[in-house]
Design a protein around this ligand. Sequence first.
Ligand SMILES: Cc1ncc(COP(=O)(O)O)c(C=O)c1O
Length: 374
Amino acid sequence: MALLNFSQPLISDETIAAMADTMRTGWIASGPRVLEFEQALSDTFGGRPTRTLTSATGAMEVALLACDIGLGDEVITSTQSFFSTMNMIVKVGARPVFVDCDLISRAIDLNQVEAAITSRTKAIVPTHFPGALGDMDALYALAQRHGLRVIEDAALVQGSEWKGRPIGSFGDIATFSFHPNKNMTTIEGGAVVVQDEATARRIEVLRFHGIERLEDGTRDVVVASGKYNMSDVSAAIGLAQLRQLPAFLAQRRQLADRYFEKFPQIEGALLPPRGVAGQSWNMFCVLLPFASLGMTRQAFRAALRERGIATGLSYEPSHLSTLGRSLGYREQQFPNAERIGEQTVTIPLHCGMTIEDVDRVCDAIGEVIGSKKH
Ligand SMILES: Cc1ncc(COP(=O)(O)O)c(C=O)c1O
């Protein structure tokens, strides 16, 4: 039996043809396809200035730099995120100040954010999760009260909405990922959506060596920067994938709905938020009470793998990484994120799957857990 991946992209013939056509044009690095893709993305974000990069990680780095965040600054962020959030804050020279998240929605805890604000705080970096967003109105009201920037890590939620408005179409800055595990892909890739053209131009400089073009045709560098520009081949893939995004999102929602219907009854198990309108479903993460089930997570994952089902882990809390600990963080500071870190399992959810695949995963989970009970 073929292994059911926990995540994988769906690449159509149209996508492959678009990629091949671009390869034949003779222009494969950043060029006209990138401009076209950025315009098409911007249209989905209410016309806001949008720039592509080679990853969401790079997008987060340049977004922090564009907010003038650096040495001595503090950035408040949820310890429940992918490591890239912490890493980029540290990389630009700032200090990540961790707070906890909600156990079910995984949204950043705004009470803890407020309590963590100091005179050094420059920004809040919340990470959004599939199934539900945090209270975006309260987040922006808080940021405004304290004069803070907000950089939303929206890597997982392209297509999610807040009160009918797509994430990225309002607010301060949002970053997106087009890694193959995300809602659509460019192979590797990301985007940053900003409020104004001046910031977008700054992002263009920061994503390409810090180079500024002078009127006499020569070039200058004022601030050292890296190289994160997307290729036209990736942009061509992105244009084709973006056309399919509504269908991808609908299929993901159907698969998630089926999980809610069929997931076995397990005492103490926690599923993601159910039935929140306008949400996208990049991953389906469940929390399982392994200690009371008398089974380790490793054994559970191995048993599913034996049944041809791969699983993932999203995410280990950043504050308990060696880097987080070197900043002074320890166990028992953020109980929700730590519980998620210990109990989370990402079960398969992607557009290569059918409803029958979901049923197979649910049956296998029931069997693995049931076999332990006797
Ligand atoms: C929440 C979150 N933020 C950022 C990233 C980084 O995305 P990329 O691989 O495009 O750099 C990921 C990737 O998994 C993610 O899950």
